[in-house]
Each structure stands twice: as C-alpha cells, then as structure tokens.
Design a protein around this ligand. Sequence first.
Ligand SMILES: [Zn+2]
Length: 326
Amino acid sequence: MGDSKLKKAFWDDLPKGFHHRRLGTKSVGFEVYIWKGEPGQVVLANAGTHGDEYEGPKFLISMVNSWRPRKLRGTVVVIPVLNEAAFIAGLRCHPKDGKNLARSFPGRPKGSPIDQIAYLFLKNVISYSNYYFDFHSAGVVYEIAPWVGFFTHPNREVNRIQKKMAACFDKYWCWSAPYLPGRTASAAYELNIPFIYTEGQGGGGILPKDVKILSEGFFEFLKRFDFIKGRQRKLCKQYKRISRDPKETFVQIHHKAPISGMVDLQVKLKEVVNKQQILGYVYSLNGKFKKVVKAEMSGTVVFLRRKASIEKGEGIIALAPIRDKL
Ligand SMILES: [Zn+2]
C-alpha cells in the first residue's frame, strides 16, 4: 500500500540513524525528523496541522529529543509542527491566507501558503508512507471528549489496518465515518495509505493524560507492526462508533451560533442530552436578543465551545449519536 512511487523519498539515501532536515521553499516549510533503521516500511506521524493544538507537538517534540532506539526496522518520519506560521501565531488557520490546512489537500505548488504546504507535504512525505498518523486536538477555542478516528475505506485491507492502528490508542473511543475532501486523511485515503487521527481534549492547554495516550499508542503501534521489539500491552476494549454519515464527525458544522455575541452553555462535555434540550444561549451585545440553542438530536456532548465570544455561524456544540458513557 502506498507504493505507487514515482521516485525516491528524500530519506531513502540517508544512512541508518537519526536525521533532521528542513523541507520547504523560501516562503513555507517544516522540520522533518527521520529515524532510519533496517530496510522496511515507512511510518509517518505529524501534529500541528492546526496551529492551536498542542498535545501532538508536545509528544512528537519529546520523541525527537529523547528517542534513540538501538534496533529499528523501517523508517519513522515525524513532523511535530506541520503548520509553523499558524503555530507561532497560536491560530487554527494560517495567519497569511486564513486557510485551514485540513481543508486544503491536495494543495497547489503555486497557490497560497497553505496550498503550498499541503502540496509539499503530500508530494514529498505522505506519498512515500505506508502508515500515517495525524495528531489533532480541540484547539484553544473548543474542548473534545478525546477520540481516535479514521475514514472508513472501501479497500478492506486498508480498513483492517486502520482499525488495528486505532486500537493502539485504547484509552480513547473510536469514531469512524465516510470520506470528506481536503484533509490529510483525504490525501492518505486517495493513496490507499492506512491513516488514523487523534483528537485530544484541547481547551488551550496540554493534558499530560493526552500526551501519555499518544505516546503509549504510537509505541504500541511500532511494536505491533514490527518496527521495534518489545512486550505488547494488553489493549482495553474501545467503545466504537462507525457512522455512515460523513458529516457526523465534522464537528464544526453542528449547532451553529444564530447570532454573534456571547455564548452561555447549559451542558458539560460528555453529558448525555435529549433532542430539543436547551444546550445554551447566545446573547447579543446590544441586549436585544437571547437566542436559544437546542439539541438537534439526542446524544452525547463530544465537542464544546470554550471561548465565550462567538461569531454568527461558528459551531457551539457537537453531539455524537451515542448514549454510552465515554
Ligand atoms: Zn486539528
């Protein structure tokens, strides 16, 4: 899988050991860290696709600083922060073009900064990977009931591997849905590369628990897929939800603010709610409006706005159609 290779990857000629390269043009680029082992498959992991998500960068930067395996089969490629300008600005999207990197794949070589990053990453890195992980979180504006997810793939083998990859993050619940365009996940999907993403809690900070789950999950993957040797953990049974609706996991588009103003939430993260239950209010700043936001369906709160100020059309809450305790 992922072996429709036109030319060699830039790390193919590197000797065994740990390497660091910067990939980019004058205007855009990112730092790539490579652990080269015995001949074998390539696993890619990145974080910082969105610039205000910190759990993934924290895990990958600590891995870059401390992981020096004595024995490794294959190649491990890590990019702790893919969207550098957004990261430094502390923003979800790129500060120059305002675009979302997770809606910009496959990108363009001569487009805006985000288009160029997507293109550069896809053509030089993703295309040469056999397995791919993208670590996200709720960012500074939201909070999430952390999960691991993937696009359900029509190729049964890709799907089987994705399930096996997701199972390594056994402290998270698992949420899969059909394909949507523009994401890192979409690029992997189109190349038949098994892919999973994680969503940490976010809320502007870094929960040590989330970083630990990423680390345990990724190293469990490395063992189970024969990159490194070591005792495999007994995995916990994950709660799983497989959706047929591609919009279900697209959490930003549900319960949008009817007006700009201030949000006053009436529910908590992971709370089980009923259809039509009041989730919160949005107050206009001129005191004229108090709009009620009601649950579009019954389910569990898995995505919740933390920032009280809101613009009309921005998402407030997303529910997963589950009633189980997460
Ligand atoms: Zn993200």
